[in-house]
Design a protein around this ligand. Structure first.
Ligand SMILES: NC(=O)c1ccc[n+]([C@@H]2O[C@H](COP(=O)([O-])OP(=O)(O)OC[C@H]3O[C@@H](n4cnc5c(N)ncnc54)[C@H](OP(=O)(O)O)[C@@H]3O)[C@@H](O)[C@H]2O)c1
Length: 304
């Protein structure tokens, strides 16, 4: 099976590269290329179509995205081009070439007002430019009959820009200065490790599944997160505790709960964005890992 991967330099992309099944022929791409990576600008729809025509992949695994949620409010056209234009171009070209598309998407397609976990078939209602561009990307992807959308949220891993690595640095700095760390306690979701997310992505394109199952079996919209629920505050406290246990921190800083209103950001964020993953876990035949256990796994791979 041949897979064209986008966003290979991102945090999910790197986890996908690190867990790449040996039987795959993987064409890994990033915005500007680099060792082992082809250059593919997702803002360039013609280039996306040409990449499909040139490589004829069985799957495009679209892990690349414009992920700067706040900056997207100032750059809506670029966010839309990358997050909606690229999946649209892939879907068009794959319809002609015969391949399939896995579009990675986000809990930010929901407004967060529901108060219980969102099911895959619920209607979307994004609060900001980023969520709206990702929702448009989902719709564009699903125009291709063989496409799947895999939504996730609160993604972090041992490399790249993410909350966990930022908190490790802040714990270190604040523990040394004795200053408490204020973290938002009234937004709830589920931290999701790139390690478990990468496994779910491979499964979603049929790697490691029962070969007797028809390739089009299963739901078209999948939800994947680690198990449980947390606020950013809970996550920050756990990063301190488990960071000390993993030998990454000499001590954890005191963490103070604050409200989202105390920490204004250019983009509005859903206050509750848990994803109901029950059906998807069954479809993917993957056991959930509690987010604290997944965090401990990631911290073992972090460099002090
Ligand atoms: N991070 C989260 O909390 C989160 C939550 C829910 C869903 N997701 C989704 O999960 C997927 C993976 O996200 P991630 O966390 O791995 O994000 P990430 O670390 O920001 O990686 C995204 C990658 O996409 C690349 N990219 C951006 N614009 C591009 C362009 N024009 N052409 C080519 N590449 C471009 C980025 O390259 P540059 O570094 O050069 O910009 C980056 O390497 C995305 O679909 C995202 O929407 C993420």
């Amino acid at each position: 099976m041949k897979v064209l991967l986008t966003g290979a330099a991102g945090q999910l992309g790197q986890a996908l590269l690190a867990s790449q099944p040996p039987e795959l022929e993987l064409i890994a791409t990033s915005r500007s290329g680099g060792p082992g990576l082809l250059a593919l600008d997702l803002a360039d729809a013609d280039a996306c179509r040409a990449a499909v025509r040139q490589h004829c992949p069985d799957w495009v695994l679209n892990a690349g995205a414009y992920t700067a949620v706040d900056r997207a409010e100032q750059e809506p056209a670029l966010a839309q081009a990358v997050n909606a234009g690229a999946p649209e171009a892939f879907a068009e070209a794959l319809a002609a070439a015969g391949g399939r598309l896995l579009q990675v998407s986000t809990d930010f397609v929901f407004n967060g007002e529901q108060g219980w976990p969102y099911g895959p078939e619920q209607s979307v209602d994004p609060l900001g430019v980023y969520g709206a561009s990702k929702a448009a990307g989902e719709a564009a992807a699903l125009a291709l009959p063989g496409a799947r959308v895999l939504r996730t949220g609160w993604v972090y891993g041992p490399v790249g820009r993410n909350f966990c690595r930022t908190m490790l640095r802040l714990h270190r700095e604040r523990a040394a200065s004795g200053q408490p760390l204020g973290v938002v306690a009234d937004q709830v979701g589920c931290p999701t490790s790139t390690l478990t997310l990468a496994a779910a992505c491979w499964r979603a394109i049929g790697v490691g599944t029962d070969a007797k199952r028809a390739p089009n079996d299963g739901p078209r919209i999948l939800h994947w997160s680690d198990a449980g629920a947390a606020s950013w505050y809970d996550f920050a406290v756990a990063i301190g505790e488990l960071g000390v246990a993993a030998g990454l921190l000499e001590g954890a800083a005191a963490v103070a709960p604050i409200t989202a209103a105390d920490y204004p950001t250019p983009a509005r964020r859903p206050s509750y964005s848990l994803l109901d993953c029950t059906a998807s876990r069954q479809a993917l035949n993957l056991e959930p890992l509690h987010w604290r256990a997944a965090l401990a796994q990631v911290l073992r791979l972090c460099v002090a």
